[in-house]
Design a protein around this ligand. Structure first.
Ligand code: SF4
Length: 378
């Protein structure tokens, strides 16, 4: 391909134009479209809207497991036999201490995740109270909540409490949805996103790539999120978790994952595109290249699986010449991280290549501030 092809991709995206479907498909599948100029074109778009900033997100499983839904990729689903640490809602003290730690670690956004089909009225009130407390103590910290299906009255309450953003991932296409979940529908998910949009909450919604979907489905999800005007799009690459019913993804090469990130950047040029779960596992030695199309990543791993250590991730950002979107300087966070007596190991360096499953987080990682004497299984 000549260089005009790549620069036209960038120009079209910055002009707000969509891609022809044949071009979108070729970005994912045609090896004649080379990865370096493709990344460079996506980077031009990223730079236009986000400069060299990386928005760091830190997840907090405010409640973990015991979910009655059957999403077959999820370690917390009713059909999962994954050996995760299940617990009910953390205490306010735990959540507020974790919010402070996230802020001190350079997090731009603090994401509270509540497993389950959707929140009860009582849970909505509790979330509102927590949002108010975090906003009062750490006003610059943006808050995102992920709590399952919600109607407009629930999203309005969260908005009134000060919530910035609501996460609810589409995960896949409507036609593929019943293969991965039978207890709710894809449309239920879209309805929740519409309820968030309607009350003025920013919408965060993404995909899990690697659940057997054809390239066309990846394009379809990217276009649906464009239509929903998602401000934030986490692109997850399926992490194989022992005990979940889904077949682990076998076809995700680092290069393909980068192509997916570029495609989402071209089709959603202004969105915060996050190289989310599976970044370390599937991108491997190409991990840093994700920062060219994507402008956001998670620190401290994922819901129940480990990621790289804080130090390794922050060093990667700094080494590549990017900056973090935080009022705490990256140098300070790196130096404090280096001086910590012992950072909790994240990815297990002893994991053999023949072990395909991801390492699960321990209770110390999930609940670092669990009061002594408390039980995890609350
Ligand atoms: S609803 Fe959420 S927590 Fe429950 S199984 Fe599905 S993805 Fe997992």
């Amino acid at each position: 391909m000549n260089l005009d092809f790549y620069s036209n991709l960038a120009k079209q995206a910055v002009n707000g134009d969509s891609l022809e479907s044949s071009i979108a498909e070729r970005i994912l599948t045609d090896r004649n479209i080379e990865i370096l100029p493709l990344l460079n074109a996506a980077y031009e778009v990223r730079k236009t809207y986000h400069g060299k900033e990386v928005a760091i997100h830190i997840l907090n499983n405010a409640a973990n497991g015991y979910c009655p839904e059957d999403c077959n990729y999820c370690a917390q689903s009713k059909n999962s036999k994954a050996d995760i640490e299940e617990y009910g809602l953390k205490t306010d003290d735990e959540i507020l201490t974790e919010a402070k730690a996230a802020y001190d670690n350079g997090a731009f956004r603090y994401c509270m995740v509540f497993a389950g089909r959707g929140p009860s009225e009582r849970r909505v009130e509790k979330m509102c109270d927590l949002i108010g407390q975090i906003k009062e103590k750490y006003p610059p910290l943006e808050i995102c909540v992920s709590a399952g299906l919600m109607d407009e009255s629930a999203t309005q309450k969260l908005k009134d409490a000060g919530l910035d953003r609501l996460n609810h991932n589409l995960n896949t296409t409507e036609s593929n949805y019943e293969k991965i979940c039978t207890t709710h529908t894809w449309q239920d998910r879209v309805d929740t996103l519409n309820a968030a949009n309607k009350v003025g909450l920013e919408v965060c919604s993404g995909m899990i790539v690697g659940m057997g979907e054809p390239a066309q489905d990846i394009i379809e999800v990217a276009l649906k999120l464009r239509e929903l005007e998602a401000k934030s799009i986490p692109i997850n690459f399926l992490l194989p978790i022992e005990g979940t019913p889904i077949d682990p993804a076998k076809n995700l090469s680092p290069e393909f994952c980068l192509r997916v990130l570029c495609l989402f950047r071209f089709l959603n040029p202004k969105a915060e595109i996050r190289a989310a779960a599976g970044r370390e596992y599937h991108l491997r030695s190409m991990e840093v290249m994700a920062l060219y199309p994507a402008n956001s990543i998670f620190l401290q791993g994922y819901l129940n699986t480990k990621g790289n250590t804080d130090l390794k991730t922050l060093q990667m950002i700094q080494d590549a010449g990017f900056e973090i979107k935080s009022d705490v300087p990256i140098e300070k966070i790196i130096s404090e991280s280096q001086n910590r007596p012992k950072e909790i190991p994240q990815l297990n360096p002893a994991r053999k290549d023949s072990t395909i499953y991801s390492d699960l987080k321990s209770i110390d990682e999930l609940r670092p501030n669990l009061a002594k004497g408390s039980t995890a299984k609350t």
